[in-house]
Design a protein around this ligand. Structure first.
Ligand code: M6R
Length: 612
């Protein structure tokens, strides 16, 4: 197939900074090949399920007729849909509901009235109410409650005037406000996709082409990819892939890029859930994250040393890793690094300067808040480094110094191994800046070996027993300090995400300034104690809460008489924060299991928050 690609990144209608963003995550997947379109789309959607998992739909073309099958719930077996999969072209969508409830009717793709095309969207039409009112006044009827159906009707309406579908799609697309990436399958055997905000990538295999929300969804099929920029339209037909810019319809040639996908397997490898599998995988993934040579780190180290200000940014769990990385840089390399919350960028973006460096932390590489912070830094000519897990995602492509955690796909919506890899990479960076590159690598290597033995049935039983004892507790507190401060925040977040418990992480120093008022008889308080300079402070905090009736649970490599319960951890030296947070990951997992929650897909969450 011939490849002609056209793009324009200079004339954007909208950019990440200017758009009013709303939360929405979905996954789209398109396929054109020789046969087996439905199976390929289904496999792709399963790999995209982390982006949304309340309902899904697939659509294919056979004998000039477009069929649509939709379901509520997890992505199922294609055989339910069709016995023989002879289709050569089709599209699919996995949904995380925003406009309209979780129903089959609201699932994508949505038919045109005459069934000449179907359309699916990853994004939100922010002006959908206005558009819907106008379309309704013109006599259009709506079957679903979604904002996406408005795009379908807009295109239909414009088709009455425009010469051809391509022009009608572009016209309609320009009427949309927000971040909308759409994909269409037509009766004529073509796929159109237009990107604004939410990611879109094309994979080119032998006699087959994929269009999807990420490269992981087709990573088992091809490494050759084309990244679609904002406000570009991809047209996939018998001639191959063409990309047009939305602004003026022009195109330009483009070369395929090769992606290095190391571990792309996404099976549970015998574990009951991805979460447990990914927690146990940390015995290897922490090591993978520190494989960079001093040569590979040189550019970033130079930039850190010469930067006026060094900031780290991220969102959610990644923001805690960002905080930990800044802590390591201060503590071990005397670099005055500061963590900033990506979603608070409006409050500090005016402070970015030319000689600043920001280190962005992200598993997905697609988090809208983090991208917005990067855009703000770049707008003021600051340098950007990133530590990301997803190869081929947006953040590394925006970075002057892109680094990868190399943890392999993290499928569980709750981040575990990506977080500890980010922290391990932070150690590598800080100690390398301090001239101790060999030491940090050796330390993580030893820690990884200790973890091999640490993950065993006794540990799992012990933590599961504690989970059972905590089942009816509604408020849980986690105290940490210095190297374990961010671990207390992350530990508490894990418990919130999977057990839906109110859990709060605090610096133990905060206790006397107010938090201690919350302590009642049998309030569970976790105390994270490392063999470090602040050990005694933590033990004092344990004594203070215990004196007020708290149930003290020690997370430490050594037991102590103050602990009512004790979960032993590996004594991990510089990697101790990682050793400590693993306990909370396991506890969160077993609490979810005991409560009957779904640890891999907690309620209301999606893995990749691609819009705000
Ligand atoms: O893909 P990112 O690491 O940028 O995602 C950031 C957060 O959305 C993410 O860490 C979130 O907090 C997870 N639910 C954590 O388990």
């Amino acid at each position: 197939m011939q490849l002609v690609i056209v793009s324009d990144i200079t004339r954007r209608k909208l950019d990440y900074i200017n758009v009013t963003l709303i939360l929405k995550m979905c996954g789209i997947f398109g396929y054109k090949g020789k046969k087996g379109a439905l199976n390929t789309i289904l496999t792709g959607l399963k790999r995209l399920e982390y982006r949304g998992y309340d309902s899904w739909g697939v659509s294919s073309l056979k004998k000039g007729k477009i069929s649509v099958a939709k379901k509520v719930g997890a992505i199922g077996d294609i055989k339910v849909l069709e016995r023989e999969d002879n289709a050569v072209i089709g599209i699919g969508h996995t949904r995380w509901a925003t406009h309209g409830g979780v129903t089959k009717v609201n699932a994508h793709p949505h038919y045109a009235s005459d069934k000449s095309f179907v359309l699916a969207q990853n994004g939100i039409v922010e002006n959908y109410q206005n558009l819907k009112r106008r379309l309704a006044a013109r006599g259009y009827k709506f079957i679903s409650e979604t904002d996406t159906e408005i795009i379908v009707r807009l295109i239909e309406d414009e088709l009455k005037r425009s010469k051809g579908l391509q022009k009608a799609i572009i016209w309609a697309f320009k009427k949309l406000q927000g971040r909308n990436t759409i994909i269409l399958l037509t009766k004529a055997g073509r796929i159109f996709a237009v990107r604004n905000g939410s990611p879109l990538v094309v994979g080119v295999g032998k006699d087959e082409i994929f269009i999807a929300s990420d490269t992981l969804s087709f990573a088992d099929k091809t490494d050759d990819v084309i990244f679609v920029d904002n406000l570009e339209m991809v047209v996939l037909d018998d001639e191959g892939v063409n990309i047009f810019r939305v602004s003026d319809g022009k195109r330009r040639k483009y070369k395929l890029q090769k992606l290095d996908h190391r571990d792309v397997s996404i099976d549970k490898a015998g574990f009951p859930h991805y979460m447990l599998k990914e927690i146990v995988e940390q015995k290897h993934t922490v090591r993978e994250a520190v494989q960079y040579s001093i040569e590979e780190l040189k550019g970033l180290m130079k930039s850190i040393k010469s930067a006026k200000n060094v900031y780290t940014v991220g969102s959610g769990t990644a923001s805690f890793a960002a905080g930990q990385i800044a802590y390591f840089l201060r503590k071990y390399a005397s670099i005055p690094a500061v963590e900033l919350k990506a979603y608070e960028v409006d409050s500090y973006k005016q402070l970015f300067q030319k000689n600043d460096l920001i280190i962005a932390v992200s598993q997905s590489g697609e988090t809208a808040d983090t991208i917005e912070a990067i855009d703000a830094a770049k707008a003021r000519e600051a340098k950007v480094a990133s530590i990301v897990n997803m190869v081929g995602s947006s953040i590394p492509r925006m970075s002057d110094y892109p680094f990868f955690t190399r943890s392999g796909p993290e499928i569980c919506v709750v981040s575990t191994k990506a977080f500890t890899s980010q922290v391990a990479w932070g150690l590598l960076l800080a100690f390398s800046v301090a001239g101790k590159h060999k030491f940090v690598k050796r330390s993580i290597e030893e820690f990884s070996k200790k973890l091999e033995k640490y993950f065993n049935e006794d540990l799992f039983k012990n933590i599961r027993k504690l989970a059972k004892e905590l089942l009816r507790k509604e408020h849980i507190f986690v105290l940490g300090r210095e190297q374990n401060y961010y671990m207390s925040l992350e530990g508490a977040l894990k418990l919130k995400e999977t057990a839906y418990k109110h859990a709060e992480g605090f610096a133990s120093g905060e206790l006397k300034h107010g938090v201690i008022a919350l302590i009642e008889k049998r309030t569970p308080v976790f105390v994270i104690v490392s063999e470090d300079d602040v050990k005694d402070d933590l033990l004092s905090a344990a004594a203070e809460v215990k004196a007020r009736g708290a149930w003290v649970i020690g997370i430490s490599s050594k037991n102590n008489e103050l602990f009512d319960n004790f979960i032993p951890t590996v004594d991990a030296g510089i990697a101790d924060p990682i050793a400590k947070v693993i306990t909370f990951q396991l506890l969160a997992y077993y609490l979810a299991v005991e409560l009957g929650n779904t640890p891999d897909k907690p309620r209301n969450l999606a893995k990749s928050v691609t819009v705000k």
